[in-house]
Design a protein around this ligand. Structure first.
Ligand code: ATP
Ligand code: MG
Length: 432
């Protein structure tokens, strides 16, 4: 026997019944998106590497060390598995001139790839729900996208996720802050770790994002961007706050919230929880008015967020929230293969009505005993066994045996009347 193959480290199989939780989550997402009039967009998994280098910024965790990059075998083009969703959506929007007739509200549910150290809530293939609202400059849409997260969390029944908010201002304001930061960190150079030293003159703002406990004191006392914001930036932030206040959504202003990508300006936010240890950020996003132009499109404002699906599902699992298992309405017991033509035709008619049908499948020794078929019918969770016995079929009927009600009698259903029975089955389903 050859050595058995395994999935790539940090990349997970999503198996039933866990996959049911994913489907349920995705259904909730689509429902919430439709309520806000966001449309689905699907972009390729592979993009030109330059898209992410230009879009995210060269001195970011993702571009420096987390990308799965390779060369196209035929022409040597540098390609990358998408590590996040925004850059690809922005490329598509620019490439297809999608903002020609006004703004667009888009969402995706998609796999992302980052070469990180796998641990709970951090994987090499992971999945995000994301929204991008493009072509809208105002704080109204910032508040809208933030409130979509609130609606989604509420629909999922998750209450332990807090909102943190900050403003990164505009480039000139950040420039002034950056100069002050460099002066400050230079004055305390002996306290900087290697990474911080390297970033001091390339991207000092990212030092504020440091997870090194030894630097927390230094970072805490650093000059704050909030003090460098001009009137317009402050007004934008205050307008977002007013919308959040209007619906009673609590938030904390976190001046240290800088986000991992270079493309953000003005509003940035994260939804965080204490329940997932170091992987506590469930959702992050903000405004990125400069990105479209940066990757070669016609300048347009934009705002969006990305949510880690594995992290949300871990919260749901901790909270014991799971969808009701999807069990068949009917398990078809077929004692003898001679009954298969009638059975198959009947089951297809039931399925066409929406009935969930699981058919007993033959083994290598045939249909198997009546008893073993019933065992399987029971284990399937089906509400009824439908028994295609030769004697009954000869009279034009099938036997229906309730499996979940003790003592309920077996009934006979005429084969030409299954459609009425099938409709009743659907209507009386416990999760209907
Ligand atoms: P972190 O600080 O945890 O590394 P990030 O700032 O890199 O997060 P973003 O790029 O903002 O994350 O992605 C948005 C969301 O996607 C995160 O808030 C998180 O929920 C999720 N996410 C990011 N990286 C991973 C990963 N490797 N595995 C699982 N989920 C992830
Ligand atoms: Mg990260």
């Amino acid at each position: 026997m050859s050595e058995s193959l395994k999935a790539v480290k940090g990349m997970n199989d999503i198996l039933p019944p866990e996959s049911a939780r994913w489907e349920w989550f995705e259904d909730v997402v689509r429902r919430v998106m439709s309520r806000y009039a966001y449309q689905n967009i699907r972009t390729p998994i592979v993009e030109p590497t330059a898209l992410f280098v230009r879009g995210l910024g060269e001195v970011t965790d993702i571009v420096e060390k987390e990308m799965y990059s390779f060369e196209d075998k035929l022409n040597g083009d540098p390609l990358t598995l998408r590590p996040e969703g925004t850059a690809g959506v922005v490329r598509a929007v620019a490439e297809h001139s999608m903002l020609y007739e006004g703004g667009k509200r888009l969402y995706y549910i998609a796999a992302m790839f980052r070469h990180e150290k796998p641990q709970r809530g951090r994987y090499r293939q992971f999945h995000q729900v994301g929204v991008e609202a493009l072509g809208f400059p105002g704080p109204d849409v910032d508040a809208e996208v933030i409130l979509m997260v609130r609606a989604l969390l509420a629909e999922l029944g998750l209450s332990d996720v807090r909102l943190e908010l900050n403003s990164l201002g505009q480039p000139a304001e950040r420039q002034a802050h950056r100069a002050a930061l460099i002066r400050y960190f230079e004055a305390h150079a002996e306290q900087l770790d290697e990474e911080a030293k390297r970033r001091l003159h390339t991207n000092p703002l990212r030092i504020l994002d440091s997870k090194n406990p030894a630097m927390q004191g230094l970072v805490e006392a650093a000059p704050q961007l909030m003090d460098f914001l001009g009137e317009a930036s402050l007004a934008h932030l205050n307008a977002v706050r007013a919308s959040l206040d209007a619906v009673g959504q609590p938030y904390r202003i976190n001046p240290r919230l800088v986000r991992g990508m270079d493309y953000y300006n003005l509003t940035v936010f994260e939804w965080v929880t204490d329940r997932l240890g170091a992987q506590g950020t469930v959702c992050g996003g903000g405004r990125y008015d400069g990105l479209i132009e940066q990757i070669g499109g016609k300048a347009a404002p934009a705002v969006g967020w990305g949510m880690g699906i594995e992290r949300v599902l871990a919260l749901l699992e901790d909270a014991g929230r799971a969808p009701a298992p999807l069990t068949p309405d009917v398990y078809a017991v077929v004692p003898d293969a001679a009954a298969l033509p009638v059975a198959v035709a009947t089951l297809e008619a039931l399925r066409a009505l929406g009935v969930r049908v699981q058919m007993h499948a033959a083994g290598k020794d045939g249909q198997g005993s009546f008893k073993s078929q019933f065992k399987k019918a029971d284990a399937s969770g089906a509400r009824h066994a439908l028994i295609f016995g030769a004697d009954e079929l000869a009279q034009g009927v099938v036997a229906v045996k309730p499996l979940r009600e003790a003592g309920a009698p077996q009934e006979l259903q005429p084969l030409n009347g299954v459609s009425a029975w099938g409709q009743k089955l659907c209507a009386t389903r416990p999760d209907a």
